[in-house]
Design a binder for this molecule. Structure first.
Ligand code: ARG
Length: 471
């Protein structure tokens, strides 16, 4: 069969042009969404009396047969049919004959492709919220098991103040919560239907766009036809949300890589999540977090790519916009890969509480507390800071830690010291002294875990509800 748009042409398309302009190699990922959109469109055409019911039934039955073939992998896509929309229409016509050609009444590929992308992305957004929920759950479970595990907290990657390991993990739970909320919020803008905008200006047929929206569970329809076919903001927004999420994952990845090094030995990733070296028999490499860290680059790249494609494009549709797909698909599969692995990797991670504790015992991360101690006794904090700076220097020069100093040694630096300082300097005391909302004190962390668990339940309910809505 010749091209579906071939009437105006007197020559065959150059085969390199066909190859160059075809999107079927990648947009076949939209096959099921394309059928889903067509089923709603043709139903609407029937209800509005634009197509006779008998034609509608034939087309629907044909579309359902094509859907089965797509699912069982029987459909063969062809480059000469350019894209998924043309390929499916050809399949339909092969199934039901010329009546299949009525499906495209009152529709253009421009509103069709935009509809497919909206259908596709809203499902992915719900799946990603579900995967983030699972990751948060794994982190919260590790946090619960490590509510008494103390490790040095760092600034500038220098030991700063001791914190609970649970508190450190819960910081990531907070980040992923914002990622969840960003995705949930984006659903509002994804769940708007472009169908019915036609090529750019609407259609001469008396269609009912709101009925199509209802059939496809869209909350609204685009209220400007030019915007409907030219908008790719919803994809850019997804790519931006994905970039922020990957940035969070790559920070956690970096910590896992550091923590599982011999220098730290704070955690050990399960064998099932590591790989070996072909030459060095002793190696156990944290490839998964390394690759997540590395793949963050392509996710950022896909965002920059699409922003640049859209920049300065005149209204309405331009072929440039076909470039919206590969980056989006790549980001989707990159995120799926990372999130699917992260939850079980965190769940099976062994935490070396003893090694973390040893690190705290051999550092000066309690120095702020001893300065606070003098400040509480009335010494201006600036002076207290200076006094403790000298005390730390003395310790370094004499190969000691603050808790090793005798009372006489303490008194050399300030007469304000008394015996209670030995209690003040204990890591547990130091941690529990930070008893502000959101701080690392164990009571605060326990409450943070409780709050996170409530949000986890709410996210789970949201996913269940939206899995149904986004089908
Ligand atoms: N494959 C095209 C795309 O993804 C579909 C829309 C084609 N529209 C057109 N006027 N050529 O953008």
């Amino acid at each position: 069969m010749s091209k579906l748009w071939g009437g105006r042409f007197t020559k065959q398309t150059n085969h390199l042009v066909e190859e160059y302009t075809a999107s079927i190699k990648f947009d076949q990922a939209l096959a099921l969404e394309d059928v889903q959109g067509s089923l709603a469109h043709v139903t609407m055409l029937g209800t509005c009396g634009i197509l006779p019911q008998e034609d509608v039934e034939k087309i629907k039955a044909g579309l359902l047969r094509v859907q089965e073939k797509i699912k069982s992998g029987e459909v063969e896509y062809s480059v000469s049919d350019e894209d998924i929309h043309m390929n499916i229409e050809k399949q339909l016509i092969a199934e039901v004959g010329p009546v299949g050609g009525k499906l495209h009444t009152g529709r253009s590929r421009n509103d069709q492709v935009a509809t497919d992308m909206h259908l596709y992305l809203r499902k992915r957004v719900v799946e990603f919220v579900g995967l983030l929920h699972d990751l948060q759950e794994a982190l919260i479970n590790q946090a619960k098991q490590n509510q008494a595990t103390i490790l040095p907290g760092y600034t500038h990657l220098q030991r700063a103040q001791p914190i609970l390991f649970a508190h450190h993990l819960m910081a990531y739970v907070s980040m992923f919560q914002r990622d969840i909320e960003r995705l949930q919020d984006s659903y509002k803008r994804i769940n708007v239907l472009p169908l019915g905008a036609g090529a750019l200006a609407g259609t001469t047929f008396a269609i009912d766009r709101h009925l199509s929206a209802e059939l496809l569970h869209f909350d609204a329809v685009y209220d400007n036809s030019l915007d409907a076919v030219s908008d790719r903001d919803f994809i850019i927004e997804f790519l931006a949300d994905a970039s922020i999420l990957m940035m969070h994952l790559s920070r956690l990845s970096e910590e896992l890589v550091l923590w599982s090094s011999t220098e730290f030995r704070f955690v050990e990733l399960d064998d099932a999540f590591c790989t070996g070296s072909s030459i060095m028999p002793q190696k156990k490499n944290p490839d998964v977090p390394e690759l997540v860290r590395g793949k963050t680059g392509r996710v950022y790249g896909n965002l920059m790519g699409l922003l640049t494609v859209l920049k300065s494009l005149p209204l309405a549709y331009n072929k440039d916009m076909q470039e919206d797909k590969e980056g989006m698909f790549d980001t989707v599969s990159t995120l799926q890969g990372a999130l699917q692995l992260f939850a079980p990797m965190i769940a099976t991670m062994k935490v070396n509480a003893e090694q973390m504790r040893n690190a705290v015992n051999q550092d000066f991360s309690n120095a702020t507390d001893i300065a606070d101690f003098l400040a509480a006794k009335g010494l201006p904090f600036r002076q207290a800071h200076e006094v403790i700076g000298k005390t730390v220097l003395y310790c370094i020069q004499n190969n000691k830690y603050l808790l090793d100093l005798t009372m006489d040694e303490f008194k050399q630096f300030s007469p304000l010291f008394d015996d209670t300082i030995y209690h003040v300097l204990q890591p547990e005391t130091v941690v529990n002294a930070r008893n502000v909302y959101g701080g690392t004190a164990s009571g605060q962390v326990a409450q943070a875990i409780e709050r996170a668990e409530e949000r986890l339940t709410a996210t789970h309910a949201w996913v269940q509800e939206y899995l149904e809505k986004s089908k």
